[in-house]
Design a protein around this ligand. Structure first.
Ligand SMILES: CCCCCCC[C@@H](O)CC(=O)SCCNC(=O)CCNC(=O)[C@H](O)C(C)(C)COP(=O)(O)OP(=O)(O)OC[C@H]1O[C@@H](n2cnc3c(N)ncnc32)[C@H](O)[C@@H]1OP(=O)(O)O
Length: 733
């Protein structure tokens, strides 16, 4: 059993501590080792008169028992004076109990300005003033405990106490905000609504009740809440007669009183009144962010662009599958440059510590490449409707969205910069019981309208299942099981604590990954890592282990996010090779939990078969990229690859060469299909005069000239033209 709660070395200021509850707090704190400032103005409970005797009496009582205490007789309106007493006597202030209070009970119509102002001054302004004076000391000490004294009159209202109830509920608001602002300084603030027999309550309670509601049945709660080990904050308690209860807000599911085609009117409010007031399926919002987050879900029901917007029918939980599948997404243009590609690479753990990775991190690298899974960014940008309420039929709680699975297909490597156009659609919505699995397919095209990638997002909205929808669908790309043998290869790497903070800068700004209060709404203790960040780590491991970081080899990737990962954890990717398919799964080393399952990478064939000259035009795009890749790798490789891919020879002065060379006189090189024939080149390498000089002087080599677009392939062969386009795109670096 843990020992008694002690307050040795702590300094407590109790306002209104001359009698009743305040006196009880002061005595109990002192008994537990605290040094106490006993504040009491010594006036009547109506706020009239002043004397030092009340505070002195309590101080003497404490001292008589061997405790430490000093008296203070100032009004709580002058908070600095009270805190100054604590600093002068004890050198610090740790705990403030805002207890002082007076009554000026009158029925509402009879309340004078004075009655109103006095009550606000003592209760609300007084608590503010004392706490504000203590706040800087608490911040500096990185410790503080504050109690605000509210009242059942404030929470529920009470006849004849309009002034008092207004002030008392005001104190709950003050306490809530201080609990938020104080959080990072270990300052905790709570409000209590005590019921105790006192000078104040004896006017409104029968004598027997006043006698039964002893202050000693309240004080232990206050002392507990102020202990250094108590983390409770921002809460409100009712307490009396030894009974303690915590209060919270409860919100009905509510009703939206308009549609996309009809206005909100007093009549539509009247007609929805029963639903507005129905506490079935109510929720308990705890933050203002949570309170407003719900509105985003409301807006999804009201997408003005989709007319007419029928109300969800097939669902009791705001999911209408047919409506979602019929939704038309606007195509989205995503413009990017090397900086975006590099930021993404850093986000998924590429590092300059590994020289192999420089080509993903330095735009000046000869073989600068964009990480294939970068494809998620344009695709996700086209699907933000899921979060902003833009998908009709998807009335979902955005705090409950988890990335479930991801599939990607690649048709071309991404150039270092460009514009990508993505088109999304809802392929299906599955009822998985635990949640609704929303499948969104996205095609991404380049500026020439050629498809560069396909993405499939499977997103689980926890708690949105049970809408009587289909459980499975052919639309969802299937997972695979890894072979039973031990992995053929493994790679483990630690993510950094700021991994999510870094990754989010690439585009996925879901607060789940950075904002503790948002993460808490989703049921997480701390923010979790983006699924696509772990995905990027794991596929990087595969690309490095089995494809020599050659982005042109990446054909497809599939993975399920089976458990969350926390920033700072270590990811271990286990891999099994089976032909061009690499099975993989990923676990968190620290916990042993498998976080990516059912996963694989499919690679394009590494060596393209040699083609006969006549086949050149029908070469697949991946073979074409092999050539492109070779160009950036090295001159010798280029010659070999061009030969392998296109069946072409490189010549110099009509003779076959094994290295890439350019005729220094004309600047031309020639590409031939099959056996070179003088004057019959299939395409010609051309270069400007100026660059020719640079070439000759060695300032520029053929490869760099290509990269900078100064040297181009000109020809009438489709494949050569494509190659040339790629070179041009490279040149815009
Ligand atoms: C368009 C743009 C969209 C982009 C949105 C993404 C935005 C991002 O910012 C969000 C994120 O990155 S979140 C972080 C990454 N994701 C995660 O951490 C989720 C981890 N997964 C889990 O916790 C559980 O799988 C969990 C909780 C999801 C489910 O676990 P359980 O409750 O234990 O479920 P279980 O009982 O095992 O299975 C019930 C049925 O659900 C299927 N299922 C389980 N996990 C799934 C998953 N991850 N994806 C898809 N389906 C999943 C099961 O197969 C089962 O269905 P069936 O009975 O038909 O087999």
């Amino acid at each position: 059993m843990p020992g008694p709660l002690r307050f040795d070395g702590k300094v407590v200021l109790v306002t209104g501590a001359g009698q009743g509850l305040g006196r009880e707090y002061a005595l109990l704190f002192a008994e537990r080792g605290a040094s106490v400032v006993v504040n009491d103005l010594g006036g009547s409970f109506k706020g009239e008169g002043q004397s030092t005797s009340a505070a002195d009496k309590v101080v003497n009582e404490i001292k008589a028992k061997g405790g430490k205490a000093v008296a203070n007789y100032d009004s709580v309106e002058f908070g600095e004076k009270l805190v100054e007493t604590a600093i002068k006597a004890f050198g610090r202030i740790d705990i403030v109990i805002n207890n002082a209070g007076i009554l000026r009970d009158k029925s509402f119509a009879r309340i004078s300005d004075l009655d109103w102002d006095l009550i606000q001054k003592v209760h609300l302004r007084g608590s503010f003033s004392v706490t504000r004076a203590a706040w800087p000391y608490m911040k500096k000490n990185n410790f503080g405990r504050i109690i605000m004294t509210s009242s059942a009159s404030g929470i529920y209202g009470n006849f004849g106490q309009a002034n008092y109830s207004a002030a008392k509920l005001g104190l709950v608001g003050l306490s809530n905000t201080l609990s938020i602002e104080g959080n990072k300084y270990n300052i905790r603030c709570n409000a209590i609504a005590p019921s105790a027999g006192s000078r104040m309550t004896e006017t409104v309670m029968p004598p027997e009740l006043v006698a039964a509601l002893k202050p000693e049945y309240v004080a232990p709660l206050v002392v507990y809440l102020c202990h250094e080990e108590t983390e409770e904050t921002g809460s409100l308690f009712e307490v009396g007669a030894g009974w303690i209860s915590k209060l919270r807000w409860e919100r009905t599911k509510g009703a939206v009183c308009r549609t996309s085609t009809s206005k909100m009117t007093p009549e539509s409010v009247r007609d929805s009144w029963e639903t507005i007031s129905d506490f079935t399926d109510s929720t308990n919002p705890t933050t203002s962010r949570e309170s407003t987050a719900h509105l985003i879900g409301v807006l999804s029901q009201l997408d003005e662009s989709e007319k007419p917007a029928p109300t969800p029918t097939s669902s009791s939980r705001g999911i209408n599958v047919e409506m979602a599948k019929a939704a038309k997404f606007k195509s989205m243009t995503y413009e990017y440059g090397p900086k975006d590609a590099i930021l993404y690479a850093l986000g998924v753990g590429y590092t300059t510590k590994d020289e192999d990775y420089l080509k993903f991190l330095f735009e000046g690298s000869e073989d600068f490449s964009v990480v294939p899974s970068f494809a998620v960014l344009p695709a996700q940008a086209s699907s933000t409707g899921l979060f902003t309420g833009g998908i009709p039929g998807m009335n979902i709680d955005i705090t409950k969205i988890l990335h479930g699975e991801q599939y990607m297909e690649f048709y071309k490597p991404f150039p270092s910069h460009g514009k990508l156009i993505s088109q999304a659609r809802v392929a299906d919505v599955l009822d998985k019981g635990v949640g609704a699995l929303i499948i969104i397919d996205v095609d991404t095209y380049d500026e020439n309208k050629e498809k560069v990638a396909f993405n499939q997002f499977a997103t689980m909205v926890i708690g949105a299942g049970g809408f009587q929808g289909a459980k499975n669908s052919d639309a969802l790309k299937k997972m695979v099981k890894p072979p039973k043998r031990a992995p053929d290869a493994s790679m483990a790497e630690k993510t950094c604590v700021d991994q999510a903070a870094l990754y989010r800068l690439t585009g996925d700004r879901n607060p789940l990954h950075i904002d503790p209060s948002f993460a808490a709404m989703g049921g997480f203790k701390t923010p979790i890592l983006h699924g696509m960040c772990s995905f990027g780590f794991a596929t990087r491991h595969v690309l490095k282990t089995y494809a020599n970081n050659d982005v042109s080899r990446m054909k497809a990737i599939k993975a399920r996010f089976s458990k969350p990962v926390l920033p700072g954890e270590t990811l271990q990717t286990d891999m099994w090779k089976d032909g061009n398919r690499i099975y993989f799964q990923c676990k968190v080393v620290e916990t042993g939990v498998t976080c990516l399952t059912g996963a694989y990478v499919d690679l394009y064939q590494s060596e393209s078969p040699t083609t006969s000259p006549g086949q050149a035009d029908s070469l697949k795009s991946d073979a074409l990229f092999e050539g492109m890749k070779a160009q950036v790798v090295g001159q010798k490789d280029l010659v070999k690859k061009i030969k392998a891919c296109f069946g072409w020879e490189i010549t110099k002065n009509g003779k076959k060469v094994s290295e890439w060379t350019v005729d220094m006189k004309t600047g031309d090189g020639e590409l031939y299909r099959g056996t070179p024939k003088k004057g019959k080149a299939d395409c010609t390498i051309i270069i400007s005069d100026d660059d020719l000089i640079d070439l000759a002087s060695g300032k520029l080599n053929g490869q760099t000239a290509f990269m900078q677009g100064k040297m181009k392939i000109k020809g009438n062969i489709m494949t050569a033209q494509k190659l040339s386009d790629l070179f041009k795109q490279q040149s815009k670096l």
